[in-house]
Design a protein around this ligand. Structure first.
Ligand SMILES: Cc1cc2nc3c(=O)[nH]c(=O)nc-3n(C[C@H](O)[C@H](O)[C@H](O)COP(=O)(O)O)c2cc1C
Length: 341
């Protein structure tokens, strides 16, 4: 099968990074450099997402994509008591920051149906999905609109499930990845397999192009992934310090902080397993957090925002992949060109 990935000047996808990091400026810069820029729809309202898509189209003539979270609301009956306990646990530190923990909102809070329609209408070149497999009828609608569909997987079993909807591309996310693991079952412990390991087990089973993601921050990493059969790589952490990225000043400072030396995978911030640099928030809360995404995200968000505003690197999620020390503060186009070698 072919994909627009094969027509790119550079085999680099700029990872969608939710939470304000993947700005239209960043996506356009990656696309203009010859890679594929991506917007992140997660947490955005439909109005914000529409504005992002229109803005990016104004900034670049090149193809770009958008990434959607597959909704999988946690079972309220099973998690409500633990969520309430965790909220209580957050109250003292929230008070110290002058805020209150957020309130849980059960159900689909990410406007899935509106976003499906928005993508179909505004027709970016690519839509990618994380946290699950989009339903076949949705894939059919996007395809009919001329949009290429990418699905992220973290294991061979998830790759097999995704093939049922005939995606154009599979994105293989290894455990070295920054921020949330794309694991389809949010309560399962993600497999500890890197992107090269995933390429090795998935490639023999599929005939769709594969994108490798997780820990890719140097030209050598890119070359090894392409040599192992990837059609392209997807890089997030390598772009966290890019000039055009919306990464907060506190997050930027934390990535450069020599006293923060360890990376962990943790549910502490959102209830979903994610790759982050270890800080005091992780140490305080790891092991006390129910696997209830995005409800836990809603509880902790006011605290993380206040900590970011205060410049407190120990109160924010320092999302980072394993190669975070190699991230560079430069224009995204330069980063992408250097990665491509
Ligand atoms: C800050 C941040 C936010 C991310 N947000 C998303 C997202 O919204 N959707 C998604 O599919 N992947 C997201 N990812 C994961 C990337 O798509 C990709 O798998 C990951 O960045 C690859 O590992 P690396 O960070 O080591 O390059 C995010 C990654 C980071 C670092």
């Amino acid at each position: 099968m072919t994909s627009l990935l094969t027509a790119l000047d550079l085999p680099i996808v700029g990872a969608p990074m939710a939470g304000g990091i993947s700005t239209p400026l960043l996506a356009a810069a990656v696309s203009d450099a010859g890679g594929l820029g991506m917007l992140a729809a997660g947490y955005r309202t439909p109005e914000q997402l529409a504005a992002d898509l229109v803005h990016t189209r104004d900034l670049t003539q090149r193809p770009f994509g958008v990434n959607l979270f597959i909704p999988r609301p946690p079972a309220r009956a099973r998690h409500e008591a633990a969520v309430s306990d965790f909220r209580d646990r957050l109250i003292p530190e929230a008070q110290a920051l002058g805020v209150a923990p957020g309130h849980p909102s059960w159900g689909d809070t990410d406007h899935w149906a509106d976003k499906v329609l928005l993508v179909e209408t505004l027709r970016p070149a690519v839509v990618s999905c994380t946290f699950g497999v989009p339903p076949a009828h949705v894939v059919g609608r996007w395809r009919a609109a001329g949009i290429e569909v990418h699905v992220t997987v973290t294991s061979l079993a998830e790759a097999r499930d995704a093939l049922a909807v005939q995606p154009d591309v599979l994105v293989l996310q290894g455990h070295e990845a920054g921020a949330h693991r794309a694991t389809h079952d949010p309560e399962a412990e993600p497999e500890v397999i890197d992107h090269l390991g995933l390429l090795e087990v998935v490639a023999p089973e599929v005939d769709v192009p594969l994108v490798a993601a997780g820990g890719i921050t140097t030209a050598g990493d890119v070359r090894r992934a392409l040599d192992a059969g990837a059609a392209a790589v997807q890089v997030g952490t390598a772009l966290l310090l890019a000039t055009e990225a919306g990464t907060s000043q506190t997050h930027r400072a934390a990535l450069r902080d020599p006293s923060l030396t360890e990376r962990v995978t943790t549910r502490a911030f959102t209830g979903r397993t994610a790759g982050a640099v270890r800080n005091a928030f992780v140490d305080r809360h790891e092991g006390h957090v129910p696997p209830a995404f995005p409800v836990v995200d809603q509880l902790t968000k006011p605290l993380r925002r206040a900590a970011a505003d205060a410049g407190d690197v120990h109160g924010i999620h320092i999302w980072a992949g394993s190669g975070w020390r190699a991230a560079q503060e430069r224009p995204a186009g330069e980063i992408v060109r250097e990665l491509a070698g």
